[in-house]
Write a new protein. Structure first.
Length: 369
């Protein structure tokens, strides 16, 4: 069940009250924030997800090194609480501007100086992420808006702000997944599985063919590297309705990593994995093995770049790519130094992808995990 506004406000206020209590007791105020770094990211082999480790950073008001971040955190926290109390839905850019101001002070040498609350939006975004990990609340749950880019189409009916939306009646379009999918009530789902498509153009082609109707599935795209809203929607469909999740990407290290983000979570946002990852997601995208298995014409094959090879080498070391199947694919990719896009399957005709490749990979269980 999604958290109510009252519950969200209470959790946010709890962080602020910890500081207030310290001050009232006459103690130097501080806050502890779980460390969001690769060193503090743990691969949970049992649950098949990335999660944060136990390390925490202590930010003290009276510590020169952490005082600014301490004050930035409390400033951002106050802005978010104010927005929730007033029922507002600011964007991350709104919060950047709302908190941006210049502080003038005199240093120890008597010189007047100026300090910005934050230098750019990356800094304020990072503070929002700190508040997420400290409270266990996603920014979407806090009502913070961002540029959502995910889409879904198929036999699913949702209720949003009292309106029923039938995603099977979108014509040539699709339903845009909102910034906070938890505010959607999923009224009805009649589908056998979820197909997540890396590329928007392939999603549009499959939608135009009404692949979702013929195969009785839900089509989803995050338009490349997925946003959190798309991942949360897919997680809900897997978790609440038990739908198998299949991911279709290009045959390159970046497409394969996109799959792993849906399945196991991302390194930079590992603290969100429990709400966003689908540990049982299966990869049915294009692989290096498919070059021979499906006899891809030579003129459809692309030479891998040095950047591709470096990325593939990195993937080989990740714990979530240690299965025999993935190690085999990555080694073959590094040996052949070749990659192909989903569109390479068009060498066998434009309908080969939707009528042969996808159904065959699912029916014959030619997926990788």
């Amino acid at each position: 069940m999604p958290l109510s506004d009252k519950e969200i406000i209470a959790r946010l206020e709890k962080l602020g009250k910890l500081v207030a209590t310290q001050l009232l007791k006459g103690n130097p105020p501080y806050i502890e924030i779980p460390v969001r770094s690769l060193k503090n990211t743990i691969w949970d082999d049992k649950r098949k997800i990335l999660r944060l480790g136990p390390a925490k950073a202590r930010r003290e008001y009276l510590d020169v090194k952490s005082a600014k971040r301490f004050m930035q955190t409390l400033l951002m926290l106050s802005l978010i609480i104010m927005a929730r109390r007033e029922g507002d839905y600011p964007t991350i850019r709104d919060l950047y501007y709302m908190g941006k101001h210049t502080i003038t002070y005199v240093d120890v040498d008597g010189r007047r100086k100026k300090e910005e609350t934050w230098d750019d939006q990356r800094e304020s975004n990072s503070v929002i992420e700190d508040i997420e990990v400290a409270t266990g609340i996603l920014r979407e749950e806090m009502g913070i808006m961002h540029d959502a880019k995910g889409k879904i189409v198929g036999n699913i009916v949702v209720r949003s702000k009292g309106y029923l939306i039938d995603c099977s009646k979108m014509g040539s379009g699709a339903y845009a997944i909102p910034p906070n999918p938890d505010r959607l009530e999923i009224v009805k789902v009649e589908a056998d599985y979820v197909l997540v498509v890396e590329k928007d153009a392939i999603f549009e082609r499959l939608n135009e063919e009404e692949f979702w109707k013929r195969e009785n599935c839900l089509l989803v795209t995050g338009k490349g590297q997925p946003d959190r809203s798309t991942r949360r929607m897919v997680r809900r469909l897997w978790e609440e309705f038990g739908l198998p999740v299949y991911v279709l990407t290009d045959a390159d290290p970046y497409g394969w990593y996109i799959y792993s983000v849906f399945r196991s979570g991302s390194i930079s946002l590992s603290y969100e994995s429990e709400k966003l990852a689908c540990p049982e997601a299966r990869f049915i995208g294009v692989t290096t093995t498919d070059i021979d298995r499906y006899k891809i014409p030579r003129n459809y094959i692309i030479a891998a770049t040095d950047r591709d090879l470096k990325r593939a080498t990195e993937l080989m070391k990740y714990p979530w790519f240690q299965s025999d199947s993935w190690q085999k694919e990555l080694k073959l990719f590094l040996k052949r130094k070749e990659k192909i896009e989903i569109e390479a399957l068009s060498g066998h005709g434009f309908k080969f992808l939707s009528h042969t490749y996808i159904p065959e990979k699912i029916e014959k269980k030619l997926w990788i995990v």
